[in-house]
Design a binder for this molecule. Structure first.
Ligand SMILES: Cc1ncc(COP(=O)(O)O)c(C=O)c1O
Length: 390
């Protein structure tokens, strides 16, 4: 007989509670500054909040079209034309989802058959592995090595097999802060074409960059028909709670993504979609300001961590620093992260949560700096005690 512990399906038996949420809970218990979870502690743009209120009061409160309100899909298509000179058909190529998270899961479910392999760079954002397992696919990990986290062409080439169905490409990258170069993107494209493989991109940090351009895989010749471009509003408009994202894919795959999305969620929140269209129309000034503000936060955090004795590569994009603490402590990452939360009052994510097996990331913790300068300065004051207490 099965016990209540065994009632869950086998496919999710190995899923653990998100370490990030666990660290957030511990941070609450100890009144620590939460630099674990990647959500901003500052407000989202006022015009979007006003548009959301207006939409609710204007009775846009029933189901939107499953694959996204026409105004939002049009606004997304126009933004891609304006920023990337990419023509996207809002009728046949865009699916609006509940966050990039759902876009990724729906794409995996729409694309993968049992036995298919999907290449994922390691360290990785923690959802990709479970997404692969939920879709009965097998993740194949390719390491990005510290300190530079650059892509090793030979290891990548060796990861492709006759079973490879897709590769996940996240740039700017969480947790390392890497922004893949034009050459790295070109190599990935070359291998996808050579092996007839799909690219599934996660471009959620596309506008948070300090160095390098944002190179779209889908814009590389030959890639348009084999790329799913995923992004969303959470990071660009500081509204992680709105749960709005999207997948741009060739029409032949969009049909399948839309069907999966319909059965998973029916659709994303209608009034927020109306407000999202307002944000999508913001001009370059908004994005430049966003990047400049993040640069100031990054610089503050870089100084605080270097002064405290951490070693790391300065991020080129996204809002994380993956830092080596081995000069400060011989503990493993989970022990060190819990100690730092309780004794220093700053919560981080243990590095091993970004690796498939426990050994990777043992000497690393990830700091999120998507916080107000005041929060970061407070964290810096606390981190100044590191060397005394460690
Ligand atoms: C790389 C990456 N992708 C996706 C997400 C989640 O995006 P969303 O809020 O749109 O589901 C995150 C959130 O931290 C992330 O870091």
């Amino acid at each position: 007989m099965r016990t209540s512990q065994q009632l869950g399906a086998r496919r999710c038996a190995d899923f653990t509670e998100s370490v990030i949420r666990e660290m957030t809970r511990i941070a609450h218990e100890h009144e620590a500054i939460n630099l674990a979870q990647g959500f901003p502690d500052f407000p989202m743009p006022a015009p979007m909040k006003e548009a959301a209120s207006a939409a609710i009061h204007g009775d846009i409160n029933q189901y939107a079209i499953t694959w996204g309100a026409p105004t939002l899909r049009l606004a997304i298509a126009e933004k891609y034309r304006r920023f990337y000179e990419l023509e996207v058909d809002p009728e046949r190529e865009i699916t609006v989802t509940c966050g990039a998270t759902e876009a990724m899961a729906a794409t995996f479910l729409a694309l993968m058959d049992p036995g298919d392999e999907v290449i994922i760079f390691e360290p990785f954002y923690e959802n990709y592995g479970p997404d692969a397992i939920l879709a009965s696919a097998t993740p194949v990990f390719v390491p990005l090595e510290a300190p530079g986290w650059v892509l090793d062409p030979e290891r990548l080439r060796a990861a492709f097999s006759p079973r490879t169905k897709a590769i996940v490409v996240n740039t700017p990258h969480n947790p390392t802060g890497r922004v893949f170069t034009r050459e790295e993107i070109a190599l990935i494209a070359e291998l996808c074409i050579e092996h007839d493989v799909w690219a599934i991109t996660d471009e959620i940090y596309e506008h948070i960059r300090y160095a390098g351009g944002h190179h779209l895989l889908t814009a590389v010749p030959g890639m348009r028909e084999r790329t799913v471009t995923i992004s969303g509003l959470s990071k660009t408009f500081s509204c992680t709670g709105w749960r709005l994202g999207y997948a741009i894919a060739p029409a032949r795959l969009t049909g399948a993504i839309r069907k999966v999305h319909d059965f998973l969620t029916v659709g994303a929140p209608a009034p927020l979609q109306a407000a999202a269209a307002v944000g999508m129309a913001f001009d370059a000034e908004y994005y430049n300001r966003l990047a400049l503000d993040y640069r100031a936060r990054r610089d503050l955090m870089v100084t605080a961590l270097a002064d405290a004795g951490f070693k790391f590569t300065v991020p080129e994009g996204a809002y994380y620093i993956l830092a080596d603490f081995s000069a400060l402590s011989g503990s493993d990452d989970a022990t060190f992260a819990k100690w730092m939360t309780k004794e220093i009052g700053v919560a981080t994510v243990p590095g091993s949560s970004f690796y498939q097996n426990g050994q990777g990331g043992r000497g690393l913790v990830r700091f999120a700096f998507c916080k107000q300068a005041e929060t970061l300065r407070k964290a810096a004051d606390r981190l100044a005690w590191m060397q005394v207490r460690a």
